[in-house]
Design a binder for this molecule. Structure first.
Ligand code: ADP
Length: 301
């Protein structure tokens, strides 16, 4: 088996009404990655994720999870992946514990209590073990959805907009738990439209737009490619040399903001200023954000 725990090859999905939601997606995710799948609403993220667990049947293409083809070896593939869907689906009359025990049975797992207890504990559900789902608050129901997706301890954990509409406490608790699982070796894939969250958590990302991947790679490298890092300084002596003028993004009185690509490029700016005997103060740099990249690649369509 290759080190790609998820291997998606030329995936197409055309819905019954003729809408082409996925237009040939190819994507590899390495074992142990913390991967962010980003894109505007309607880009095709849920279609892609749901295809990984057969909730959506692709029109053509292949998906392999841990080496198992999801169409041909569904049972083996599904043992290796757990998806926390956006919608809340739970039986109103079952208690939290019953739901998790039934789910374990569905996967043919016996003696799963130690793991169920660990999930329940980590997700702050201990006091709700014997509560029927219909009596849980929205936030608690969402925790149960996470627990259900993890009941078979899948090596790949996929979370579709896990923090949309959840309170800060649950968000923190959820991330702590997910990071713990990641450290233990689980591969994490998430979709989110909180770009700051993705930038902090995901070491790799793919941005999808109109059913196609528009950019993918290591988050750091992609951010370096944006060339929208900026340096701001106040000139207290001298004038900006001609060579630097095209770089000025903004200026006000003697304060200038210029764009630069990387540390070497910043060095070029500072050296040019020094050569002109300029004297600067209040030097501040700010790095491009995932939002800059997102806007750049999704607006060129
Ligand atoms: P995202 O998760 O990125 O918001 P989705 O995968 O939910 O995007 O949807 C992608 C596109 O496919 C959207 O335009 C959506 O309206 C359309 N779509 C989703 N499900 C269906 C369906 N069952 N039938 C027809 N079109 C659908």
């Amino acid at each position: 088996m290759s080190s790609n725990i998820i291997d998606i090859e030329n995936l197409h999905k055309t819905y019954a009404n003729g809408f082409e939601a996925l237009k040939g997606i190819s994507l590899q995710i390495q074992e142990g990655a913390f991967f962010g799948l980003l894109g505007p609403n309607g880009a095709g993220k849920s279609t892609l994720i749901n295809s990984m667990v057969r909730l959506v049947r692709p029109t053509s293409g292949h998906i392999r999870i841990a080496g198992f083809d999801i169409a041909q070896d569904s049972a083996d593939a599904l043992m290796n992946i757990g998806v926390v869907a956006q919608e809340i689906l739970c039986d109103p009359f079952l208690t939290v514990y019953e739901m998790l025990a039934f789910q374990s049975g569905y996967y043919g797992l016996k003696n799963n209590d130690a793991w169920i207890e660990e999930i329940i504990d980590s997700l702050g559900l201990s006091e709700k073990m014997q509560t029927p789902c219909r009596l849980l608050s929205g936030g608690m129901k969402r925790r149960v959805m996470v627990a259900q997706a993890l009941v078979h301890k899948p090596p790949v954990i996929v979370l579709d907009e896990p923090t949309a509409g959840v309170d800060v406490q649950l968000r923190n608790q959820l991330w702590q738990f997910i990071e713990k699982l990641h450290k233990k070796g689980h591969t994490i894939v998430l979709t989110t439209h909180y770009l700051e969250e993705a930038q902090n958590l995901c070491s790799e990302i793919a941005i999808i737009n109109h059913g196609e991947i528009v950019t993918s790679g290591a988050t750091d490298q992609l951010l370096n490619s944006v060339e929208q890092n900026t340096v701001r300084f106040r000139l207290v002596k001298g004038t900006v040399p001609e060579t630097l003028r095209p770089r000025i993004l903004h200026s006000e009185a003697q304060t200038f903001v210029m764009g630069f690509s990387d540390a070497k490029d910043l060095g070029t700016i500072l050296a040019a200023l020094q050569e002109e005997d300029c004297c600067i103060e209040n030097l501040q740099t700010s790095r491009a954000t995932l939002e800059d990249l997102f806007i750049k690649v999704t607006q060129s369509f």
